[in-house]
Design a protein around this ligand. Sequence first.
Ligand code: NDP
Length: 401
Amino acid sequence: MSRVLVIGAGGVSSVAVHKMAMNSDIFSHITVASRTKSKCDAIAASVKERFGVTIDTAAIDADDVAATTALIKQVNPVLLVNLALPYQDLTLMDACLAAGVHYLDTANYEPRDEAKFEYSWQWAYQERFKEAGLMALLGSGFDPGVTSVFTTYTKKHLLDSIETLDILDCNGGDTGLPFATNFNPEINLREVTAPSRHWDNGQWIEGPALTNKQVYDFEGVGPKNMYLMYHEELESLAKFYPEIKRIRFWMTFGDSYLKHLDVLGNVGMLSIEPMMFQGREIIPMELLKALLPEPSSLGPLTKGKTNIGTIATGLKDGVQKTVYINNICDHEEAYAETGNQAVSYTTGVPAMIGAALMVTGVWKGEGVFNMEQLDPDPFMDMLNKHGLPWKVQELDAPLAF
Ligand code: NDP
């Protein structure tokens, strides 16, 4: 029985809070606090209507460490679940240290004024969390999160050693809109337009964004174009699995999405450099975010499935094998259960599971942890029980590319 404080009230938060309310034996009391309180109230109303559970709401600016520390002390949770934006990771970690509570997030820190994400800023909190006897769990979403746990599970149960790892992220969902991003537009567009990078024999290989294209036939979706990209779990996987020679991340994009991205980039709308417009400073990317649909509004529109998984090659008992672990999630089923589409669902459910394992003490530690460092088995069990079932297949051959 544990009190939790969830920060942020977007699509991911909405799913996580609904799933926490469905598990009130684990989460005895939930408070949701975010910049816009009305969005917290909307989540609370939906939770009340669906499951009869009452949750508290509050307004908070999570960039303000003193105000957040005061809120944590007032709510008195054992764990703060950060489902705001990567910009808030460090201020929220500071507030957790000041108030003496554990911390969990789903995306690594990214400075607002530079399109760059890496773990160094959060790994630098290791000693402070250790000294305080607190645990910070980084990246408990799907990717990062479940993909890291799939890898740990592969190493624990399926292969004696992993030689190559490919993460395949397919969103076969269609909103019917010409252009929309399925999670926070600003964070999504910064990630997608970054140069590609993958791990190869102990070094990072960089290339221009969205140029290495392959076709993969995804179960439940069909053949899709997928593109080599950099993604944050590559950094932690390369650190915790030095044995893996090559680690790559692939994400599917439709032609219409890429055409819009091209045009928006060409006219300067993806820039994060401030500019003057009619006497006031604006950032083109922030203006674009305001124009695009909110991811939390896409639930009723999205049809189709996501299919995300890991393909690993390596040796088992001296024999070369290729194993694929994946989950298929249906947008409309996710919406029926929580009022949110599958990309929010596949992130919010692992956030709830990570939180459950921490508050029940199944996953515990002092310091800053990535998902790869923890026992995959209880997490994999909970995925099956809480809406993200997975399966293991042995493939006949490694990927041909
Ligand atoms: P949204 O943009 O829908 O929601 C973000 C929420 O954070 C909004 O409610 C926003 O408030 C709130 N917020 C922003 N700044 C502040 C602040 N200073 N103080 C308090 N609240 C603030 O994003 P998503 O729900 O789509 O994504 C949430 C997180 O999940 C992001 O960090 C994203 O990167 C991560 N993610 C991780 C994935 C994974 O698999 N690991 C996949 C998808 C997302 P307001 O409503 O006022 O703007």
